[in-house]
Design a protein around this ligand. Sequence first.
Ligand SMILES: *Cc1c(COP(=O)(O)O)cnc(C)c1O
Length: 451
Amino acid sequence: MTSQDEFSDAQQLADWDREHVWHAFTQMQDYEPLIVTHASGCVLTDIEGRELIDGVSSVWCNVHGHRHPVIDSAIREQLNKVAHVTSLGMSNPTTIELARRLAEITPDGLEHTFFSGDGASSVEVALKMAFQYWHQREDPRPQKNTYIALGSAYHGDTLGSVSVGGVARFHEMFEPLLFNVIRVDNPNTYRLPEGVSATDATAYYLDKLESTLATHHQQVAAMVIEPLVQGAAGLIMQPEGYLRGVRELTRKYDVLLIADEVAVGFGRTGKMFACEHESVNPDIMCLAKGLTGGYLAMSATIATTEIWNTFLGSGLKTFYHGHTYAGNPLAAAAALATLDIFHDEATLENVATRSQELREALETRIASHPLVGNIRQRGLIAAIELVADKATKDPLNATLGTGYKVCQAALDKGVWLRPLRDTLVIMPPLSINQQQLQQIVDAVDYGLNQL
Ligand SMILES: *Cc1c(COP(=O)(O)O)cnc(C)c1O
């Protein structure tokens, strides 16, 4: 192909992209195609041959880099056996092995994995499971038919997961379609209510939760939470001890705890699962994004034996829920390889080293910028919240698209980032190296200076 052909090819694809592909969370009128043709490690290559560091892990799911040889060959090997086996009354060795491994590595008590295809479904499944559990356990409590969720929560985009979600700009439109949930204030260590200091934040929010539980626990089947970091809300981080307190209170008031680790699971926060930071054993855990290393669509809802046992028996005790491609063996093969790499490449050690470097770089290079109101970080999740006024923490006018502009400028420095409004997100693959991480910080610095 001549370069002229390549150009028109790119042009043609961009036109078709605009015309025929309806992109997620994207205003299509303004959409500027960015077409990736291949990738390797932490670098994406677009159709014009431009190389970009994947600064947000292809939106929070890539773990060990793209085209990892171990994951690639695990999928190929599985392809030589069988591409799909239904999970409706049938099984296959790869998916069995994955369920066993998940039981081994997740917090104590979680033993039984229900597979589905994406994070939203894993939450949907957890909500239904919790509901049905109260109906059919030995001492039934069918009046427990609602949920507690945090303000600004994000649990996916199906109607059940939107019901427990609380991000106004995503969820408001669908209000009439949603079921009611009990909403509690979400801890936000940057924007604490007046009179609440950082040291009493945990106690303050747990007190509020306890009074809600004391009033409503008879009606509450489960509390659902994104442990430690509320992702799509803007990477809002919880104060130390909050998650542990939530576990203690939900136990005290006989409410199930659903930990949505879709974003924070698989090493992101520095431990395999965020719940481990506070020694929390949830009743149900939801996993998705990193599960297959960012390769294939698969999610998992993992429940305790106590819950599982109530579904054993005849007829209506069955969990009548399922997805055609649930437990897909190609995805399971990718997931098993992903878990092996954690061990073989000492991934969590890399996260520890890199996150420390990132912390220092952000502190010395980014924090003093006049628009940077807050930098917060948990492992390889870093948020840079831009504000109009550092002292008052007043947000920027969202219509200015400041966060987006910084990320557009970062492209010139070979880094791809996707902000959450005016919060810049740095969430690279866990395999990122020192030099690439530095390049991301350079690009953010450059982007901020272009404003
Ligand atoms: C992304 C996300 C989901 C939804 O996962 P999908 O695979 O996009 O459906 C659910 N919960 C959390 C915390 C997430 O970050």
